[in-house]
Design a protein around this ligand. Structure first.
Ligand code: AKG
Length: 291
C-alpha cells in the first residue's frame, strides 16, 4: 500500500487541476471550502442524533467535539440500529450540507474540470466511518469500485468527496488508484454494498491514501477505482459526496439523459393510524374544530 498523496503523483507540481485530473483521474484541491461551514454541518448532524437520544431518555455527551459526536451516534446505534440508520440518512437531508454540495466553489471546480453544463447526478451521500459505528450485519466500508456503474451518465461525470472532519492516513482515508480511469468500465463481482471491481490490472499496491483537512475537496472521474481505507484511528471520519454529469456531453445527450436511480415512495401509512385529526391539531390548533 502506497501512502503518497496527490502531490507526489506523476504530473508536474505546476500542472493545472484539470491537467492533473485528466492524467491521474483525480485532483485534491486544498482549502476550497470554509472549515467553519463544515464545523456547523457537523454540529447540525450531531443535533439530529441528540434529538433522538433525548426522546429515548438516553445520556447525551455535550459539546461539539468529534468524541461527543461519535459517542452520541454510537449510543443511538446500540439502542436501536434502525433508528441510527434513519438518523444517519437524515444527515443527508440537511439544507446546510446540500447547500455546500451545490455551492459556487464546488460548481466552479466542476466546470474547471471540464463539466461544461453541470447537472446533479445523485442526491447527497454522507459517509460516516468509524469501527465503533459498524451496523450489525450491514455494510461498512466501500470495497474497490467505480461510481460510473451506479451513475451511468456522462462520460466526463465527476464525483466530489468532501470531508467535514480531518482525514489522516489512519482515519479511513479515501483510497484511490491513480490512472485507473484510463481503463474504462471494469468488470465486477457482487458485494453487499456495491459491485466490486474485479480486474487483474487493479492490484493492492496501487491504492493511494488521500489525507485531507476540512475545506479540502477531492474531485475524481466516475471511472476511477476507489475504496474506503481499512485503517481507523478510533475517531469518526465524516465525508459528503456528490456527483455531477455534464448535460452537454455528446453520448449523454445522444442516450437521452438516462438515469439508473429510482426515486419512489409508499402511500401506505408507515405509522399505523397516524396522523389523526388530534395529531394534526398539534401543528394547526384550529384543525378539527367545527366551523
Ligand atoms: O467515504 C468513503 O469511505 C467511501 C466513499 C465512496 O466510495 C464514494 O463516494 O463512492
Amino acid at each position: 500500500m502506497k501512502t503518497t498523496t496527490a502531490a507526489t503523483s506523476k504530473p508536474e507540481p505546476s500542472a493545472s487541476p484539470r491537467d492533473h485530473f485528466l492524467a491521474e483521474g483525480f485532483v485534491v484541491v486544498r482549502g476550497l471550502l470554509d472549515p467553519a461551514e463544515l464545523d456547523e454541518i457537523n454540529r447540525q448532524m450531531g443535533e439530529l442524533f441528540v434529538l433522538q437520544l433525548r426522546r429515548l431518555c438516553l445520556a447525551i455527551d455535550l459539546g461539539d467535539s468529534r468524541e461527543a459526536w461519535q459517542a452520541n451516534a454510537a449510543r443511538l446505534l446500540a439502542a436501536d440500529p434502525q433508528l441510527y440508520i434513519s438518523t444517519a440518512r437524515l444527515t443527508q437531508m440537511l439544507p446546510s450540507a446540500n447547500r455546500l454540495l451545490l455551492s459556487e466553489p464546488i460548481l466552479a471546480l466542476v466546470r474547471e474540470l471540464g463539466v461544461e453544463v453541470p447537472v446533479v447526478s445523485t442526491r447527497a451521500s454522507n459517509h460516516i466511518m468509524s469501527d465503533l459505528l459498524r451496523i450489525p450485519g450491514g455494510y461498512h466500508k466501500s470495497p474497490p469500485h467505480q461510481d460510473w456503474r451506479s451513475m451511468q451518465g456522462s462520460l466526463d461525470s465527476l464525483v466530489l468527496w468532501i470531508p467535514t472532519t480531518p482525514v489522516t492516513e489512519r482515519s479511513h482515508a479515501l483510497e484511490v488508484v491513480p490512472r485507473s480511469h484510463l481503463l474504462g468500465l471494469l468488470p465486477t463481482v457482487d458485494h453487499i454494498m456495491t459491485p466490486t471491481v474485479s480486474d487483474p490490472r487493479i492490484t493492492e499496491d496501487q491504492f493511494v491514501r488521500l489525507p485531507m483537512n476540512p475545506g479540502d475537496v477531492v474531485a475524481f472521474s466516475s471511472f476511477m477505482v476507489h475504496r474506503t481505507g481499512e485503517e481507523g484511528d478510533g475517531l469518526v471520519r465524516i465525508a459528503f459526496s456528490t456527483r455531477y454529469n455534464n448535460a452537454a456531453e455528446e453520448t449523454y445527450v445522444a442516450h437521452g439523459y438516462p438515469t439508473p436511480y429510482k426515486y419512489s415512495y409508499q402511500t401506505d401509512l408507515i405509522v399505523e393510524g397516524f396522523p389523526t385529526i388530534q395529531d394534526v391539531s398539534r401543528t394547526f390548533p384550529a384543525a378539527g374544530r367545527a366551523e
